[in-house]
Design a protein around this ligand. Structure first.
Ligand code: ASP
Length: 343
């Protein structure tokens, strides 16, 4: 079957010549690995050196991605990862994380409170339980049983200020909960006070010197989300997917849209069909766009991907997304991928 026909059958993915795709072939590897990619420059610039330290010393990709994720979870100043991040609409910081290794093993936690390193709890779920995903109080109890300390319930100064401003503007009153009103769609702001989009998950994917792939993803989710809301980041196949035969992918942005199309799994499946990681990310964005019931005005999505050969790429729905790549010849470089829409 011709590539063109194949794409038509895949649905949603129209035809884009490689030449129109933001130079995907620039990213042909001179050497296979090690290699690590993280979503967003502000996070990747901090996190990638932690992963690189491990990868460059012949360490395993799974250890590298966990270390990178932990570095961001420790950053009390971060808007969108760890306990210092923005809270939900009731003022509580709730965390989602997932991790997946080269053996297809995976673990995740959702709606986790008071624990500093959800990514390590996710790894413990993977390694020490028969399950993949633990949520809420059960996840917290499991973390406790594994020796993770419970942190004081306290918002960071920046999150406290942002939350106070949001409360003032949204006039949110928990007593007359807007969620009760079936005719209204609950407002979650698209933009934060800072002018940034309301998301900034860190997703990290790595290829180690042994040629094994792993990935990790950690977030506080959308700021001012409904209490109990879980995004794509802890959902294996949505926010993260690794197939050691093929490649790894992770996402950032509006999690609901990514869940709808099993975004990261989809990227890996496009790579399985032979597409370059950049093309795979682009086709996943197209598919997402073709099935989203929401207006795209308020949506941003970014995918990053690595294939088994050490080729890498990314694509976003809108401009503004970037990522950090680290390889022996690329010391923590920032890349701005092409986007499907122009604004
Ligand atoms: N994907 C995350 C979520 O929907 C948001 C983000 O990228 O920060 O929870």
């Amino acid at each position: 079957m011709k590539r063109r026909e194949l794409l038509r059958l895949l649905g949603g993915a129209s035809i884009f010549p490689l030449s129109a795709m933001g130079n995907p072939l620039d990213f042909k590897p001179k050497n296979k690995g090690p290699l690590v990619l993280s979503t967003w420059h502000n996070q990747g610039q901090i996190a990638n050196p932690f992963a690189w330290e491990i990868l460059n010393n012949n360490g395993m990709a799974i250890d590298a991605v966990e270390a990178a994720a932990r570095s961001m979870e420790s950053d009390w100043e971060n808007c969108c990862v760890g306990l210092g991040a923005n809270p939900d609409r009731d003022g509580f910081v709730t965390l989602d994380a997932s991790i997946m290794n080269h053996l297809g093993q995976c673990g995740a936690v959702a709606f986790l409170e008071d624990i500093k390193h959800p990514i390590s709890v996710a790894r413990a779920v993977m390694e020490k339980t028969p399950h993949v995903l633990l949520a809420g109080e059960g996840a917290r109890q499991f973390a406790l049983s594994q020796g993770f300390p419970i942190e004081e319930k306290k918002r960071s100064a920046h999150a406290d200020k942002a939350y106070a401003n949001w409360l003032r503007r949204s006039e949110y009153s928990p007593e007359i909960n807007i969620e009760q009103n079936k005719h209204k769609v609950m407002p979650v702001p698209d933009m934060l006070e800072s002018g940034e989009h309301n998301h900034d998950t860190i997703g990290i994917i790595a290829l180690d010197a042994q040629g094994n792939l792993s990935g990790a993803c950690t977030t506080s989710g959308m700021a001012y989300k409904m209490r109990g809301r879980v995004g794509d980041s802890p959902i294996i196949g949505a926010g993260l997917y690794v197939d050691n035969e093929i490649g790894a992918a992770t996402s950032t942005g509006n999690g609901e849209e990514v869940i709808r199309c099993s975004g990261s799994f989809l990227v890996v499946e496009y790579m399985r069909l032979g597409f370059h990681p950049t093309e795979a990310c682009k086709y996943a964005c197209q598919r997402l766009l073709s099935i989203t019931p929401n207006k795209t005005d308020n949506i941003q999505i970014g995918f990053i991907a690595i294939n088994k050969n050490g080729e890498y790429g990314a694509y976003s729905l809108k401009p503004g997304f970037d990522y950090t790549v680290s390889r022996s010849d690329l010391p923590h470089e920032i890349r701005k991928p092409s986007s499907l829409l122009q604004k």
